[in-house]
Design a protein around this ligand. Structure first.
Ligand code: ATP
Ligand code: MG
Length: 391
């Protein structure tokens, strides 16, 4: 019965001339999300966003797609009555109340809007007459204009639009309104969640993945592509840079103290990710790190890793426990993919007893053992990186 949706959005950050930028971006993001499932028509009018569904649209599929668009705070399913005749309108609203509420015994109020002032009744008249009609048809209804359990919205344009229910949206800001960041995406549980969280604040996401063939398999790489694909439902299309990290890792393994392997490796990852970030106008790096989760995520380790970055590094999960991250990963449906048992490049070259409190000066000294060779290896890794477009 639903043929349209009204999109509600939070008013945060909507002051002055930023408002239309935000609204246009949200309209575009809603249209893009729905283009993936059908021929929907999305319009912005009178400070609202309105979705018209194609004849063959599926209600659940539509709601599910809209619930992945950041900036949407509420989704109101709208019934359209193909008439402007008052008897058709009251009959249609009555049928709506009958169909969508199991018991008609709630408190309510009618909210009316006319698109055209030509319509022979004013908005207060529409409210009063519609209220009286509903009270007559459903004797257990009661009017409460201050705190109604149900607000029945009736909008008269060239047709009549009726809605009263709001399905919660994901909130946040439309992706792209907050610039772009480079996500270091591994096949683990954390980094896809970090990408989702940064996108929620309106930041578009590009990604870099480091693999180490033949130590890591094609299947491990595919897993990362799959993860990028899942989060692209939220972030929009992702450009994924796949970097062959094998020679750099081997060089570190052969030349540096083994307890420092992970930190040094992470510093090279950051350097390379930053290279791609700057080339793509990203304003920050994003990782899935959280304090103390592993040896490379103590404050001392994070300091040592950060020291090579010029761009700010955002870590949306910094204060989260693993269980909290897992809960979000399950909600996003990345969890099942993340726990597939394919080897990661970090786990292969990992030391038995990694330093937990690295001293930056020591790490810098160890990196000198890589000598001039490392610059060439970095250059090759950058030159041979593969670009995969996901979503
Ligand atoms: P995740 O579940 O995200 O893999 P983790 O708990 O395994 O996290 P680490 O392996 O220490 O933690 O990695 C910390 C962060 O570094 C990751 O969240 C990710 O942002 C980045 N990272 C680690 N390995 C890679 C990789 N192979 N490619 C790209 N980024 C990586
Ligand atoms: Mg990992």
């Amino acid at each position: 019965m639903y043929r349209a949706f009204l999109i509600k959005y939070a008013e945060i950050g909507l002051k002055g001339k930023n408002r239309y930028i935000f609204e246009n971006a949200l309209r575009d993001r809603v249209q893009a999300a729905l283009d993936r499932i059908g021929r929907y028509h999305v319009v912005r009018e009178q400070g609202r966003i309105f979705v018209e569904c194609p004849e063959d649209s599926d209600y659940d599929e539509t709601v599910e797609a809209l619930q992945k668009v950041f900036g949407v705070s509420g989704i109101c399913p709208v019934v359209v009555i193909d008439s402007m005749e008052w008897d058709d309108i009251t009959g249609g609203v009555g049928a709506y109340v009958e169909e969508f509420y199991e018991e008609q015994n709630f408190t309510f109020k009618v909210e009316a809007k006319r698109a055209s002032k030509q319509y022979p009744m004013t908005s207060p008249e529409i409210c009063a007459e519609m209220g009286a009609y509903l009270l007559g048809r459903f004797p257990a209804l009661r009017v409460d204009v201050h705190h109604p359990e149900v607000s029945i919205h009736v909008e008269l344009r060239t047709k009549t639009y009726v809605y009263s229910k709001t399905i919660p949206g994901p909130c946040g800001m439309p992706v792209g309104t907050g610039g772009k960041a480079m996500l270091l995406l591994s096949g683990g549980i954390d980094s896809p969640v970090a990408g989702y969280m940064i996108a929620k604040r309106g930041v578009a996401v590009e990604a870099t993945y480091f693999h180490a063939p033949p130590y890591t398999s094609e299947r491990a790489k595919q897993k990362v592509v799959d993860l990028a694909r899942i989060i692209s439902d939220y972030t929009g299309p992702i450009r994924l840079h796949v970097v062959n990290f094998t020679d750099i890792q081997l060089s570190i393994y052969e030349n540096c103290p083994h307890e420092e392997l992970t930190i040094i490796m992470r510093r090279y990852m950051m350097r390379i990710a930053e290279h791609f970030a700057k080339k793509s106008d990203c304003l920050a790096l994003v990782t899935g790190e959280s304090i103390g989760q592993v040896a490379s995520q103590t404050l001392q380790s994070l300091l040592a890793t950060n020291a090579v970055c010029g761009l700010p590094v955002f870590r949306p999960l910094i204060g989260f426990d693993k269980q909290e991250i897992v809960t979000i990963a399950k909600k996003l449906k990345t969890f099942e993919t993340s726990i597939e048992p394919y080897e990661d490049c970090c786990t292969i070259f990992v030391a038995k007893h990694p330093v937990t409190k690295p001293v930056l000066a020591d790490i810098e000294k160890s990196e000198q053992l890589l000598a001039e060779k490392i610059d060439g290896l970095m250059e090759t890794a950058i030159q041979t990186a593969e670009l995969i477009r996901v979503g």
